[in-house]
Design a protein around this ligand. Sequence first.
Ligand SMILES: [Zn+2]
Length: 281
Amino acid sequence: MLLNGLRTLAIALAAAVATQAAAQDKLANQAPIDKTLKNIEALKLQANIASEELEYPAIDIYGSWNTKDTYSYPDMTVPESYDIDLTGFCMPTDSRRITSNFGYRWGRAHKGLDVKVYIGDTIRAAFDGKVRIVKYEARGYGKYILIRHPNGLETVYGHLSKQLVKPDQIVRAGEPIGLGGNTGRSTGSHLHFETRFCGIAINPKFMFDFERQDIVCDTYHFKKSKSASSASGGTVYQRVRKGDSLSRIAARTGITVDKLCRLNGITRKTILRPGQVLRCS
Ligand SMILES: [Zn+2]
């Protein structure tokens, strides 16, 4: 009887140990699954946030959304400074030819960059965003589109021959939004491209390098105090690339090598490291 009892206990103990080992194995197998599930949930959450950001792009800055007034922002206060993330960009056109720069010309302010395109050329959204304005202005932009982006920017595409999107439409970076043209106040087909923050026009050259088909920097630092005194708005930074020299960067940003050295506390002999960020204005 006692022996029987002991044997039962031994079997029970062995079973218990076995069960525990199996349970541990299960747990061990479970752990990575849990982690994967957590990652999937995090991705889902990210996707949800991203789609909400697209539904109300940069609502924290602009305060409201309307598809009627191009440059009227009744519910907005311009932030003192703001970091505009450019990393999700797509070049609006693969044309590398600038035909007119940002700034004053013939006594009028030219608040965008003119890029040579031909009638019918595909024009693409510069970032993910939501289409706010699709209009025709005979004496100005011609057929134009304005898109608001979650990074706070608004981009304008003018003189189009055809608009392919509608107000309130959500678009992805690189999505075709229109076709190049010559409508409105325009001589010769081209794309008039504007980058605005809170309605303030910023020289697109500080963000987009059409010649290189790339962005100039990952983040554009907007500063309100600067934008009031100069049409450029904000400080320009450049990330040093492989093969870059001070003179190349100076030429790219339209300043002298001496000024570039002064701004960064370096000399003409300083060796540049790829990835290093230089102040250029
Ligand atoms: Zn223009």
